[in-house]
Each structure stands twice: as C-alpha cells, then as structure tokens.
Design a protein around this ligand. Structure first.
Ligand SMILES: [Zn+2]
Length: 123
C-alpha cells in the first residue's frame, strides 16, 4: 500500500466519523422534538398541566361552590382537598376533546375510581 492511499483511507475514515457524529446529533434532536410534540398532544398531560395552572385552580374552586361542596356522583359532602376532577366523557376515548371544563365534575376519589371510564349522567 502506498502512502498516498493510506492518507486517502485516513481522510475517508475521519470524514465518516464526522458524518456519524452529525447523524447522531440529528437523531437526538429529532427524538427531543418528538418527545416535546408528544407531551403537547398527550391529553392526560394536557389536563394535568391545566389543573396546575391558575385557570385550573380557579375552575376547581368555582366548581366546588357550584356543586355546593358535594360529590357529583354520590351527593355526599366532599372536602375540597379531596375532590378529584372526573371526566364525564373519558379521556381515553375522547382525547383532548374531553379536556373541557363543562366535561368535568368533582368527585370523591373513591367515586371517581368506581365510575372509571363508564359514562354517567350527572344531571
Ligand atoms: Zn362521592
């Protein structure tokens, strides 16, 4: 092997390393973008984010007063700290469309568990 072709080989090899590193960077950044996009459209995450927001907290207080401190399912009194937000139309079937305050009721954690994803008429 002449010195010339060894140099060529070394150059090709270093170019290959650069390409591989670039590819790895692109792959990582694509993964990050995908993860961000997923978290934006994940309806459960979207809901949790809303619930932690001022709008969500304010809604919960108002809804608690509107329900006169009672569980929408069993009608028994409910402690504000215990109240969980129930999706009348379940998130799993309706996705982001179920994330609307008019679709929410405050329930005892136990009542919420019992109902699960069954659709109940609370009116
Ligand atoms: Zn209840």
């Amino acid at each position: 092997m002449s010195t010339g072709s060894a140099d060529n080989l070394a150059r090709l090899y270093s170019e290959l390393l650069v390409l591989l590193a670039q590819e790895e960077e692109i792959r990582k950044s694509t993964e990050e973008k995908l993860a961000r996009a997923k978290s934006v459209i994940d309806p459960r995450k979207e809901f949790n984010k809303w619930l932690q927001s001022n709008a969500g907290k304010t809604w919960k207080q108002k809804q608690f007063q509107y329900q006169e401190g009672k569980c929408a399912a069993c009608g028994e009194s409910l402690r504000s700290a215990d109240a969980v937000v129930h999706h009348v139309l379940p998130l799993k079937d309706f996705g982001s469309a179920a994330n609307k305050p008019e679709n929410f009721r405050l329930l005892h954690p136990g009542c919420n568990l019992e109902i699960g994803t069954k659709i109940v008429d609370f009116s």
